[in-house]
Design a protein around this ligand. Sequence first.
Ligand SMILES: *Cc1c(COP(=O)(O)O)cnc(C)c1O
Length: 229
Amino acid sequence: MSTTEPTDDVPSRLAATLKAIRRAERSAGRAEGEVTLVAVSKTFPADDIEPALAAGHRAFGENRVQEAKAKWPGLRERYPDVELHLIGPLQSNKADEAVALFDVIHTVDRPKIAQALASAMRAQGRRPRLFVQVNTGEEPQKAGVPPREVDAFLASCRDEHGLTFEGLMCIPPVDEAPAPHFALLDKLARRNGLKGLSMGMSSDFAEAVALGATHVRVGSAIFGARPKP
Ligand SMILES: *Cc1c(COP(=O)(O)O)cnc(C)c1O
């Protein structure tokens, strides 16, 4: 796929992705429609997102608060039932904006972020659903709580800030098979009584569904290749 590829086939790629998810649900013996497709629209302008909305899709993922703030309020006027997911790193000074804009935040990974979110949630009376990002590959450059610290992090978020979580999220290392990372995330979630598993992207979402994903985050398979950062 090239970056100049027209995106007027977004609805057909979206439909193909949904179909592949439904197929993976069936072959894993899971209930049809159990998995939420978060269509990752980062870097794509509102004009490219609109066809997916017109096709009836409502769950979208963005990785930057500022970009989402520029794109989504206008789209939301026309599609008020949109569900917006923050899937990128969050700075504590953006917590207020994130709580105001997003319905689900997948990337809670530090006490400072937890505290900033808790105070923004109190102030605004909004409660976005929360996931803890886990650095399953323990990669030094990557965000996320190390696996061995997940239980304690969840407990301190609960005890110190009154935060409850829907689940865990991971981004496996690019050069490793994703399945062991998905299985580890599932194990950590079960141990903590969490039902949500945000895992799986364009290249591996079917495998993630087979291993229990409740949310897959798929971008390029729907919107086309993104320009390299
Ligand atoms: C960009 C991104 C995705 C989507 O990646 P694709 O390979 O385009 O499907 C999923 N999750 C996160 C956290 C991302 O930043």
